[in-house]
Design a protein around this ligand. Structure first.
Ligand SMILES: *[C@@H]1O[C@H](CO)[C@@H](O)[C@H](O)[C@H]1NC(C)=O
Ligand SMILES: *[C@@H]1O[C@H](CO)[C@@H](O)[C@H](O)[C@H]1NC(C)=O
Ligand SMILES: *[C@@H]1O[C@H](CO)[C@@H](O)[C@H](O)[C@H]1NC(C)=O
Length: 291
C-alpha cells in the first residue's frame, strides 16, 4: 500500500491530470503521516524519473516549509471582523469554534492547477459542514474549502500525508477535534457572555498546555471599539507536533492573513492590557450578538 502511495505521488508530480486517482486511496494511509512525513522532492529522484532539467530550475517542488498555522475562529466574534457585518451568517446548528484554515508558512509552491471537486471530500462533507462552514452569506462552504485548498492545501501537498484534498481535509478535521477550544475554555469557567470581560493572559494560561506557547489569541475591534475574541492560531510543525521553531520565522508569521475564505478580517493579537468580550453566538442577528 505504501508502495502504491509513493507511486501515485510520483505520478502526481508529473501531471495534475492523474490526481483523481488519489481519491481512491485508503484513508487509513493518512495515519502514517504522523510518524512518517516524507517529501516528494529530491534532485536525484527527479533525475531517476527522467524529468526535464528545465523543470528543476523552477522551484516548484521546493518543499522547504517547516511550520504551519492552524486557525480556529469563534463564529460569535467573526461577524465583528467584517466591514459589512450583515454579510455574515451562522448556520443554525453551529455552536462551537470552527476551522478557518491550515496554512503552511513560507511555502514555495502552491498551485491552482490542482482541481477540487465535491467528490474529493464527499465522505467528509457532513463533518466539514459542521466544523468548517462558511460564515459568509455570499459564499458556499464548498467554495470556502476550495479556496483554502488552492491557496493553502496545495502548498502542503508536497508532503506525503497532505498530498490529496481528502488527506488535507481529514487532517484539518482531526486537528479540530484535538483542539476543542470551546471545551478547554468552558472547563476553566471562560464562557461566552454579553457582560463578562476576559484577559488574554487567563485565556492563554488555559490554552497553553494544549496548544503550546507559540499560539496566538486574536481579537477584533467592533464598531463600539470593544475588543472581541475572534481567533486562535496554533503553530504546528509539519509532522503536526505542537509548536514550531524555525530560523527566520518571527511573530510576523502569525499575522498571516485570513486567507481568501473569509477575506475581510483585521484580527490582531488581543492586547495584554485591554480585557475583551467573548460574545455568544446569536443565530438570528449574528452581527449584533448582544442586542
Ligand atoms: C528552496 O527554497 C529555499 C527558501 O527560499 C531556498 O533557500 C533553497 O535554496 C531552495 N531549494 C531548492 C532546491 O531550490
Ligand atoms: C446541521 O444542519 C445541516 C443542514 O440542516 C445538516 O445537514 C447537518 O447534519 C446538521 N449538523 C448537525 C451537527 O446537526
Ligand atoms: C516533528 O518535527 C519536529 C521539528 O522538525 C521535531 O523536533 C520532532 O522530533 C518531530 N516529531 C516527531 C514525532 O517526528
Amino acid at each position: 500500500m505504501i508502495t502504491t502511495s509513493v507511486e501515485d505521488q510520483k505520478k502526481t508530480e508529473m501531471s495534475c491530470t492523474v490526481l483523481p486517482l488519489l481519491v481512491t486511496l485508503s484513508p487509513a494511509l493518512f495515519f502514517l503521516l504522523l510518524h512518517d512525513v516524507s517529501v516528494t522532492q529530491g534532485l536525484w529522484e527527479d533525475y531517476k524519473y527522467g524529468r526535464h532539467s528545465s523543470e528543476l530550475l523552477h522551484q516548484e517542488h521546493n518543499c522547504s516549509w517547516t511550520c504551519m498555522l492552524f486557525t480556529l475562529q469563534w463564529p460569535g466574534g467573526f461577524c465583528q471582523s467584517l466591514y459589512k457585518e450583515t454579510q455574515c451568517k451562522i448556520p443554525q446548528n453551529i455552536s462551537s469554534w470552527t476551522i478557518h484554515g491550515l496554512w503552511p508558512l513560507h511555502a514555495q509552491w502552491c498551485c491552482s492547477c490542482w482541481p477540487f471537486f465535491h467528490s474529493d471530500v464527499q465522505e467528509l462533507k457532513e463533518e466539514l459542514t459542521e466544523y468548517w462552514p462558511s460564515l459568509l452569506k455570499t459564499k458556499s462552504s464548498f467554495l470556502f474549502w476550495k479556496e483554502e485548498w488552492i491557496k493553502h492545501g496545495s502548498c502542503a501537498a508536497c508532503v506525503e500525508g497532505f498530498n490529496s484534498p481528502l488527506r488535507y481535509f481529514q487532517i484539518c478535521l482531526k486537528l479540530r477535534h484535538q483542539f476543542d477550544i470551546y471545551k478547554l475554555l468552558e472547563d476553566a469557567g471562560i464562557t461566552p457572555s454579553c457582560e463578562r470581560l476576559y484577559k488574554v493572559a487567563e485565556v492563554q494560561k488555559v490554552l497553553l498546555p494544549h496548544v503550546g506557547d507559540k499560539h496566538e489569541v486574536q481579537c477584533v475591534q467592533d464598531q463600539k471599539d470593544r475588543q472581541v475574541l475572534f481567533q486562535v492560531k496554533v503553530r504546528l510543525s509539519r509532522n503536526l507536533t505542537i509548536g514550531c521553531d524555525h530560523h527566520g520565522d518571527t511573530s510576523v508569521d502569525l499575522a498571516v492573513g485570513p486567507g481568501p475564505g473569509q477575506g475581510l478580517s483585521t484580527g490582531h493579537p488581543c492586547p495584554p492590557d485591554t480585557p475583551f468580550y467573548y460574545f455568544p453566538i446569536n443565530h438570528q442577528e449574528p452581527w449584533r450578538p448582544c442586542g
